[in-house]
Design a protein around this ligand. Sequence first.
Ligand code: SF4
Length: 222
Amino acid sequence: MTSIQKIHLLHKLYKYRALGYEYIAYEHNLTSKPGTISQPSATLDALAHSIRNCHLCPLSKSRKNIVFGEGNQRADLMFIGEAPGATEDETGRPFVGLAGQLLTKIIENVLHVKRSEVYVANIVKCRPKNNRVPTLEEADACRPFLMEQIELVKPRIIVALGSTSYHHLTGEFDTKISQIRGSVIDFGGAKLIPTYHPSFLLRNPSAKRDVYHDMLKVKSLL
Ligand code: SF4
């Protein structure tokens, strides 16, 4: 089974769990394309509406707002970060704090596209307290929503921002972001390019040069 098939399989199993199933008998077509068993949302708005009261993981207890994602719903380019921070939790919008402002500068000054032309989301839709890294359980619970977002937007290029994003998107938990950043990886037909998270750049400005080169690669593929 390929990694993308595993992701689709997990997608379906988590949807079953969200519907209340604790056990499911083997179905020969469980690994078939998304949408053949479960009912995917027809639009991003419908998906956002469907998870507005989500309590599938413990992050629901402390969040103020679900941070679904935003941008061009048919974007060629999608950025996926780790999790909402305090400003995002307050506003319900992704990447609007300091790291978000830096991401916007990177998009607009290096890629020369408006931020509103790309799509921005996170691995989990609710803020982990004190900005801790989301747990595997939390990321797994939220993955079906992200996978559905990706399927609806259909980006040609996905930029994984930081190690948490890269690890949970690919399942390659043993690979360091410093080793893999700037690589172009097949992700179910889209091109996945990992790079450093803007929060990391705020703490380590010298890494901006690496991200600049990664973005030039992204630009060459747009
Ligand atoms: S992080 Fe995702 S799975 Fe967890 S409560 Fe929020 S929307 Fe639901």
